[in-house]
Design a binder for this molecule. Sequence first.
Ligand SMILES: Cc1cc2nc3c(=O)[nH]c(=O)nc-3n(C[C@H](O)[C@H](O)[C@H](O)COP(=O)(O)OP(=O)(O)OC[C@H]3O[C@@H](n4cnc5c(N)ncnc54)[C@H](O)[C@@H]3O)c2cc1C
Length: 476
Amino acid sequence: MKVDVEKLKMIVGEDNVSDNITDLYVYSSDASVHQAMPSVVVRPNTVEEVQRIMRYANNSRIPVIPRGAGSGTSGHTVPIDGGIVLDLKRMNRILEIRPQDMLVRVEPGVVDDDLNRALKPYGLFYPPGPASSRIATIGGEIGANASGVRSVKYGATRDYVLGMKVVLADGRLVTLGSNTRVHSAGYQLERLIVGSEGTLGVVVEATMRIVPIPKFRCLAVANFNKLEEAGKAISDIISSGAQPSMLELMDEIGIKAVNKAMKIGLPEVGAIVLFEADGNVKEAVDYEMEKMKRICEKHNGFGIEMSYDKKERERIYAGRKKLFASLSRYKNGIICTDLADDMGVPNSKIAECAKKIHEIAKRNNVIMAVYGHCGSGVVHTKIMLDPTKNSQWRDAEHVIDELYEYVHSIGGVTSAEHGIGLSKAPPWKKSRNDIIPVMKAIKKALDPNNILNPHKLMDAPDRWVTATNLRYQVKS
Ligand SMILES: Cc1cc2nc3c(=O)[nH]c(=O)nc-3n(C[C@H](O)[C@H](O)[C@H](O)COP(=O)(O)OP(=O)(O)OC[C@H]3O[C@@H](n4cnc5c(N)ncnc54)[C@H](O)[C@@H]3O)c2cc1C
């Protein structure tokens, strides 16, 4: 496969095409453990440019990997077949804010936090944002069906997509969905693109629902000596019918890592639960907070602090916000991998799952933190290991097998919000034999030459450890 770099320069301009080794290296990985070099990076600025690139790539059978910020955790944008990385961050215009219609029309490269900054003067916000909202783009959030700390009340990206414009593999531009809040006119194809990880088309415009910023927000933190008690409190809060706008768990490994990295002096207890309620009537928020506080106390939660004050809420939340980045500092010589990192489990199994993760980690010589948006059933973990040792990657493989076998046995899902990409494909494929042929048929219909993000999701290799490169040097 030889890419015609001069042709691509004619489409997007010389400054927006790069095949220089430094740029290729930067685009060879994302937030996952994988790495592979692209042939070229192309940065389009208009829909027409995307169409022309796709027409060229399709005719020449060159892989195209749509990419936002590259913050995906499972190797979604790692170009394992080489080809064109299509960096969409230049298409970052907010095209229209329509407060009367409660919607916004954006280009795919708009960063989540930038969108929320623009909506704030209207008293509106776009809620599903991931913890990576400072860099994550709307196109990438659609690609992964991202969700975040407030999804327990507000839902995930899929709940906000009304319509979109998509460039198909052959360069055709199609408009999916609508600009209305409901539509019942045929297949909901806009939903098909959500979570498709860049394998079905390139989103070049999205119409998203937005909602009013609530007048009051109250955040609290509760300490627990035992992780299981914290997990039970979360399950009970959800099944009690309380309406948290945030319900997060952090275990003692996470607490210690944050204390070490940020020196913020969190109490080094077994676990903490963060819970928040929001609304326009203070008494209603008080009611929800009191209800959740009582449930935490019932499960031996203590030292409960609560605040409506923005600065104070930021202080309480600071540890959780920096948790992911802090985990690599937990112990010298280890790194924090995004392997098996975002299971979705039934509400009744949260406490059991948290305990199981620690058990599996201990048995397999790795460290695993347990945390996440557990109120919406998202149980995050990170496998922390010494990346220079081959034996540690083997240990990680055992952990992954054991963990997913357990998660699937309790009716959980492989990924709740980060997506499948490369890392999670083997256990996911094993558990979803039924839908793989259907997905392959859809892929074939929309991308017959298999050029859009090939060998991901259902087509990803069965053993990524041997089939793809790691971005770490394994020495022994
Ligand atoms: C510190 C950290 C915290 C995180 N926290 C969360 C969290 O709380 N919740 C969560 O859900 N995720 C989280 N993530 C994962 C990640 O940030 C999200 O999945 C995010 O939505 C990815 O956005 P991105 O712009 O980086 O997309 P990328 O990683 O660039 O792409 C993601 C997928 O979307 C596809 N894609 C990108 N743009 C387009 C487009 N225009 N058209 C078609 N396909 C496209 C790509 O091909 C890829 O398959 C976190 C990651 C990090 C590093």
